[in-house]
Ligand binder design. Sequence first.
Ligand code: SAM
Ligand code: SF4
Length: 464
Amino acid sequence: MTSPRKVHIKSFGCQMNVYDSFRMADTLAPEGFAETGTAEDADLVILNTCHIREKATEKVYSELGYLRLLKEQAAADGRRVTVAVAGCVAQAEGKEIMRRAKVVDLVVGPQSYHRLPGLIARAEGGERVVDTEFPPEDKFDILRAPSREATRRRGVSAFVTVQEGCDKFCTFCVVPYTRGVEVSRPVEKIFAEVARLAEAGVREVTLIGQNVNAYHGEGADGRDWTLGKLLHRIAEVPGIARLRYTTSHPGDMDQSLIDAHRDLPALMPVLHLPVQSGSDRILAAMNRRHTRAHYLAVIAQARRARPDIAFTSDFIVGFPGEDEDDFRATLSLVDEVGYSSAYTFKFSARPGTPAAEMDDQLPEDVKSERLQRLQRAIDRQYAAFRAQCVGRTFDVLFERTGRYPGQLAGRSPYLLPVQVMAPASMIGAIAPVRITEISANSLFGVLAGHDARTHAPVLAQAGA
Ligand code: SAM
Ligand code: SF4
């Protein structure tokens, strides 16, 4: 029997790429490719790339420099290594990659992953292949589902793509060009995928999409369903205890989604709602299609529906034309909302987007200084959010063994990592944990009803 060939898939960027990488691995498994965690022993290396900021793109070219050396070494040892570039850089710069990086055998855009087996066979035959089409067939119908074993290995928390692409055309963003127009998957196909994951032991599902709350997939009744309605349907899957969704646009937060936060206990109390800027002038220049007031109204609505909800966000500083007053409006919005955490980015001019051509591009030092000020404000809120967890009890989903023997690592409803002394048999279980301490990266806790020092169960006193 020949030993299986090995594929190493390295993901850059967002959760959509993580999900796509799994689906690529699942599609290649029946072709005889086993996954490996390192490029060094792989016969096929796939870089699943991100194009969102310039830095992300640069990383791909430096990784390809390393792969060139690896491929040369393998050839000297009489071994052939095939190198493929997938993801959004592949989509945006396919031919350019082939020109700049001779090490690359195959460039494949996100809409063609279901064609991978055939494309790889051509590349292995010596052809340099580029497929960045938007084919008419639905790739999700053709991509293979994970085996039970692969699902188990990947853990008790899983991503499921429910929509892809975006029609919003924010002036800074490459997504509408790299991922194409917004397409939603049908409700029952998503339900079946989640049910399969649950049967293999998954307890938490995060529904993902570039603009997930624009979801409008077809339901069994032939109508377009909203994300709120989809969440109700998914909550019925036996075994699924926790639901999350990301990333949302403030303009698409409809009443059904707000109501889902009120009505579905399984829907975790965190809302990631990117705002980008607190200045209406900049929001308009970004073509965000919402104002500061609208954003704050959505935040207030979500808080009324679920008073313990926490908010996270994305911010861009140094958008063309942003002045000190605009930036202060962003800082004041941060104060007004109070986030549990947030991602902060310096504006990066992306080729082909309108913002890259705008006058008044800001100097790097101004962007850097604003980024630092904003980051300090976010850091303060993050520290305060974590500090108020101490002494409280949260349900923790145990995901894997922890850093030290006898310890498990899990997550609170707010996604904060929690380390707890607990038996390995509790992986996949959800149990109340009292938070006793915090460190830079984790919360530490003790199973409710257990002693904080010895971690032994506290026995009820007779007659107490
Ligand atoms: N769909 C989401 C939304 O509506 O905000 C965001 C998706 S994007 C993959 C993730 C984040 O990257 C954005 O929210 C934005 O903050 C950041 N981003 C996108 N383009 C950028 C650019 N040209 N420069 C800096 N940050 C950017
Ligand atoms: Fe990009 Fe999000 Fe704007 Fe769509 S809504 S263009 S994904 S930032």
